[in-house]
Every structure is written in C-alpha cells, then in structure tokens.
Write a protein that binds this ligand. Sequence first.
Ligand SMILES: Cc1ncc(COP(=O)(O)O)c(C=O)c1O
Length: 413
Amino acid sequence: LSGWCQRLAQLDRDDPLAAFRDRFVLPEGIVYLDGNSLGALPRATADAVAAVVRAQWGQDLITSWNRHDWIGLPGRVAAALAPLLGAGPHEVAVCDSISVNLFKLLAAALALRPHRHVILAERRNFPTDLYVAQGLQELMGGRVRLRLVDRADELTAALDADTAVLMLTHVDYRTGAVHDMAGLTAAAHAAGALALWDLAHSAGALPLDLRGCAADLAVGCGYKYLNGGPGAPAFLFVAERHLRAARQPIAGWMGHARPFDFVPGYEPARGVARFQAGTPPILSLAALEVGVRLMGEADMRQVRAKSMAMGEAFLALAAERLAGHGFTPACPAEARQRGSQVSLAHPQGYAIMQALIAQGVIGDFRAPDILRFGFAPLYNRYEDVRIAVEALRRVMASGSWADPAFQVRGKVT
Ligand SMILES: Cc1ncc(COP(=O)(O)O)c(C=O)c1O
C-alpha cells in the first residue's frame, strides 16, 4: 500500500488540474465520488445565485428580463456550453430536463423521417430514455415502434430501412462503457436513419465532438459533470443541417418566432430557439452558468487523462485490496472504453454502499447490484482513490454493511 500512497501523492503533486479543487465547496472529511450523479457545488455559485435573487429579482423585479437580459440567459449558457460538446453555439439550447428534451427531439426525428417507423435503442439504456420513447409510441399509435436490442454489437445489423432514429446513451450509466459515436452515427446514416445521443454521462467528462462525429441530435443534463446543481436545466443539440426542417411538438411561446406579439398562431423561431417551450428558470440557469463556465476553463484532454488514470488506479488497487470480498468489475477493463466512472458488482451492493457512505466515502448504487464510483477531475484528487478503496476494505473486513440500518432503502438510491 505504501507504494500506492507514494504514487498517488506524486500524481496529485503533478496534476495540472489541481488548482480547480479550491473552486469547489467540499465538505471536510468526505470523499465525493458521485459527481456522475450530482456534481459538487462551485464556490462561486452561491454568490452568483444570491446576486440574481437579491439585486435582480429583489430590486429590479420584472424589469430584469430586459435590464439584466434574463431573456438571453439560456442562449448565453448554451454558447458557453457548445465548445464542450464540439458544437456551434447556434446548435445548442439549454432548457427543461433530458426527458422532456428527448420527447422533443425524438418527435422531431420521426418527422424528419416520415416514412420510417422505428426508434432503435438498447434495452440497458437509462430507463427514462426508453419510457419517453414508449410514451411517444403510445401517443402516435401504430406509427411508431420502439425496437430494443440486448447487445451493442447487434445495433448495426438492426439498423434497416424502417429505422427513423438510433437513440443511444454515449456512456452507459451502469457500466460506464463508451459507444463509438462516430462509427455508430455513420452506421445510422448509412441506413438512412438519424442518430440521437444522450450525453448525460459525457458532457464535462470527456472531450466531445458532435460536429466531427456528424451527430444529428443530442441531449444531456446540467447537474452531473457540469456542476449546475440539483435539477439543473438540461441541454439539447440539433445539427445545423436540420435546424430549418426540424420541428418540435411542445410548441410553447418561448419557441415562437415573436413571443411578445401574442398572436394566436404558432410560428417556430428560426434556429435552435424553437426548441424552447416555456419561461426559462432563471435561478437555475444562473447556477448552471457558473458550472459550465468553470468547466469551460479546463482543458478537456487533461480532464480525460486524469479520469482515465484515476479509474485505472481504482481498479488496480481494488483488485489488490478487495480480493476475496466478492466484487467483480462491471466496467470495461480498458480506460479508453470507459467514461469517467468505474463500477463494481456485488450481490450486497446496496448495503455496502450505505456502509461506505457512513465511512465518509460517497459513491452510489444502481440496481440490481452495481456500485458506481465517478471521477470528477476538477475536484477529485488521486488520493481519493486510495481513501475510497481502503474504506471499502474496512467495510468488508468488519462486515459493517450487514447492519440492518444499511438495508433500508431511501426513495432515492
Ligand atoms: C443516461 C441518462 N439519461 C437521462 C437521465 C435523466 O434525465 P432527466 O432527469 O434530466 O430527465 C439520466 C439521469 O441520471 C441519465 O443517466
């Protein structure tokens, strides 16, 4: 273990991102490896939100929509986010949740491929993506069918002349496995279909190149690696070449060409603004803006290099220190094929994670048996890997996880 201590300490000393850690509020004595669920609080966020609440809302009231350009805030956050996605600022909108944005984009995709009926996806996809597709299927009657495959290597063969859209999550939420975005987008295009990517576990975690991959559509959230806060607004991407023809079904006034004309007929705004629906959540956007701009300061190649190195260290140390305790790696062995997390499977995973949290190391659990550990290179240290694995070893060696208190499941796991 002392060899590991020295190696990880050296990596922390050499870390080009180390200075970012001070820009976050991190509770004393806690190792936080759950930035893949809820990113940590940037230090600047509280003051930024307080300024909007006190000085703008409090003092300038409704005049703030113009005086402080609240109405332009979604567009400003989208422009700050676009480089992190490899997108143009005119291709990104910040609004709603992933679920709602998926509904808009799947409907838009189906309308762009009017003679095709199938949404192709993976059964292991994050459930909300599948639920939204099922909802559309129900709404559109026999016109749409959700087709699911069980293994990623079945996707290409499943693409056919009836596939309207291939809907995939870039980084699998359970295993962290990364899809080849360029390759699968090209395969979708070769079949005449569109490709829609869920970037929930990608934005702010890996360098992205939506344009270079020729992606058609994408969605992602603001509360994970973008550190936008609980329930932060999500984002969507529509490739420039589709902006003219793509229409969305939630034809709200904020997506109208002239919302303040108050005319009875809907006319979509030009460009990506038509994907807005209702009044933007200014307080949440103010928080998200801080997170996105902070992430924008980092070199994403350094972020990726650090998270890969942290993942490698975690798995190697876990193999050494947790041997015989019943864990099996549930993520790809090769760092390049993983997102910014590692996953271990264990039949008692839920209770073990609760016991670990009681030791001050926060990861999370995904049914049926996955313990997830996410790495947020802006605020995690290499040392956190050692602390986490050693805490897990103590939980297993002491059997503390067997305490009935750790079996009780909260509403949120
Ligand atoms: C891959 C993926 N898609 C979608 C969601 C949920 O999106 P939202 O709650 O913004 O609708 C999550 C949440 O963790 C996710 O991991």
